[in-house]
Design a protein around this ligand. Structure first.
Ligand SMILES: *[C@@H]1O[C@H](CO)[C@@H](O)[C@H](O)[C@H]1NC(C)=O
Ligand SMILES: *[C@@H]1O[C@H](CO)[C@@H](O)[C@H](O)[C@H]1NC(C)=O
Ligand SMILES: *[C@@H]1O[C@H](CO)[C@@H](O)[C@H](O)[C@H]1NC(C)=O
Ligand SMILES: [Zn+2]
Length: 526
């Protein structure tokens, strides 16, 4: 026995009894300590403490890992060119859709979606193609190419700018040489998808400018009371179809209007969402439900923020089961940091309003913006939205980990908005491997043509968590999504029970559909 081996058994006292001759281990000894080190290294990964005991789970895991290894091998052989998870999502989506790992993730019951926004989550194809066919819709081109929409009872006399008039969409469709041309124009005005994202969005600010412009285009359609209901119903459907059974959406609750141009109060807008949720649950009894995070823009004045917080308090008492809490949205780098609203936010805390702060969605470490992570933590945020910069705040990171404050990691959003190019370099690799409480979420999947959740889970599984993350990782992501949701403990227990039934069903389905395929991959007799 040699020195090194003794150390690994922790027999400190014995070190002195054996003369130190040669510290170099034999190959066998080396391999033994290597395997111990690797096990220790993998033990902290999200899901690492879980054991798969069900024989079907073990089989599904081996199917999944065979397929995952195959994608890794193709990626390695091609120096990453054929590794979809290393590419920009706009380049890799078709390949991902064809991936068997993705197909399994799609089938998987994923629990809850905990980070998405009113104007960016909905499928833009549905908004551009279906909702623009509603009656009374008008369009107006502002400046060079900024398309705006609005529903009016009659043709307005004022334009959207001095030089542009509102024109009827129905008339445009009648007069256009092809309906498809109109559909494509509308769609491209709302979608971030482009074959050349590097050119269209050269940096974070450029990406955000276009992102916010497209949000204005979309909002004119979906803020109309009737369209808002249809769109939200469709959003819930999108999640349901992607095997996500519960959502916590963030929204502005402002500028929602009736045909007579009267605006709904924020409380009435929330009522509309609540009623639509109830209707969806009636139509889909196996859907668990939804809650709402009121998230106005961070560019408001402290005074109007105070008014919003007072209103949030009313929302909470009116819909204690539906209203989840408060957040602020908009590009962190440009708006007021949390510290700028400290008195108002402390007042909100005293009113028992829970926070779900966007914080640290930046790579400007050490700046005032990046400090949002500190303030979110000290204000006792329930979750960090993004927390991309958490890794540069070791004290906050440790504190959050200890207190079980989860962070919502949104891989594709971070890529589209230019925080990271190759998702293998996402800081969440550290969070996921090191046991930080993480949920993976989608942010604005409708605007980048992603599924409600599955593409983000694929990216997390393939690119961020690394090659050895297995079924336990995905299972933990699903259970985390319930545990870190705003559901109360009774609702969580009920959701978990329903999820377990779905999981069981999922195992059977994968075995049925994929076991021969994976045998073929492994070169076994089929
Ligand atoms: C949207 O319109 C298309 C084409 O008319 C139709 O096939 C589809 O069912 C519509 N989608 C919804 C959700 O209504
Ligand atoms: C707060 O609520 C009142 C009453 O519903 C409404 O009139 C007002 O516009 C709301 N304030 C803000 C800033 O949303
Ligand atoms: C945050 O929680 C701690 C511990 O419960 C408490 O002492 C502190 O007052 C809270 N801070 C705010 C802003 O609510
Ligand atoms: Zn967000």
């Amino acid at each position: 026995m040699k020195w090194g081996t003794l150390l690994s058994f922790g027999c400190a006292a014995m070190q002195f009894l054996i003369p130190y001759t040669n510290a170099v281990p034999t190959v066998d000894e080396y391999m033994q300590s290597r395997s111990t080190a690797m096990q220790a290294d993998d033990a902290t990964i999200l899901g690492g403490s879980m054991t798969l005991s069900d024989s079907r789970e073990i089989l599904v895991n081996s199917i999944l890992m065979t397929l995952k290894d195959k994608e890794y091998e193709e990626g390695l052989d091609s120096n990453g060119r054929f590794f979809a998870a290393a590419q920009h999502f706009f380049h890799s989506k078709a390949a991902i859709d064809g991936s068997n790992v993705f197909k399994i993730i799609k089938m998987m019951p994923k629990g809850a979606g905990l980070h998405m926004h009113d104007a960016t989550v909905g499928d833009v194809q549905y908004i551009a193609h279906n909702l623009t066919r509603e009656e009374n819709l008008y369009y107006c081109v502002q400046g060079w190419d900024h398309l705006l929409f609005h529903f009016f009872e009659t043709q307005p006399t004022e334009g959207c700018s001095e030089t542009s008039q509102w024109k009827s969409v129905a008339r445009l469709r009648q007069d256009a040489s092809s309906d498809e041309f109109v559909d494509n124009w509308f769609l491209s005005s709302m979608s971030m998808v482009t074959p050349t994202p590097e050119v269209a969005y050269p940096d974070t600010n450029a990406a955000w400018d276009l992102f916010e412009k497209k949000i204005t285009t979309i909002s004119g359609v979906i803020n109309y009371e009737k369209a808002l209901k249809d769109n939200y119903y469709q959003i819930l459907q999108q999640h349901y179809d992607d095997n996500v059974m519960y959502v916590e959406m963030r929204g502005l609750l402002s500028s929602v209007y009736k045909l007579n141009q009267e605006e709904l109060t924020t409380l009435d807008a929330l009522t509309l969402y609540k009623e639509t949720t109830d209707e969806f649950v009636r139509d889909h009894p196996d859907f668990w439900g939804a809650k709402y995070i009121y998230a106005p823009h961070r560019f408001h004045s402290p005074d109007s923020l105070q008014e919003m917080i007072n209103n949030a308090s009313t929302m909470k008492s009116t819909y204690p089961d539906y209203f989840a809490g408060f957040d602020l949205v908009g590009q962190e780098d440009k708006g007021t940091p949390l510290l700028g609203f400290l008195p108002q936010l402390l007042d909100a805390a005293s009113k028992d309003i829970k926070f779900f702060f966007h914080s640290g969605e930046t790579d400007w470490h050490g700046t005032q913006i990046d400090e949002n992570v500190i303030d979110a933590a000290l204000l006792n945020t329930t979750r960090f939205a993004h927390g991309y910069a958490l890794h540069s705040h070791p004290h906050i990171y440790e504190m959050a980990k200890r207190n079980n404050i989860a962070t919502e990691v949104c891989p594709i959003s971070n890529q589209v908005l230019r925080l990271v190019e190759d998702l293998r370099n996402h800081p969440a690799t550290n969070y996921l491997r090191e046991g930080f409480p993480v949920v993976v979420a989608s942010d604005g999947p409708g605007m980048w043509g992603a599924a409600a959740l599955s593409h983000d889970w694929y990216m997390a599984f393939m690119a961020i968590a690394g090659k050895r993350a297995d079924l336990r990782f995905l299972k933990q992501l699903a259970t985390n999504s319930i545990r870190y949701s705003a559901m109360n403990s009774v609702e969580q227990a009920e959701a978990l029970g329903k999820w377990e039934v779905q999981w069981d069903d999922f195992l059977n389905k994968v075995i049925q559909e994929f076991s021969t395929l994976s045998d073929a991959c492994m070169g076994n007799e089929v």
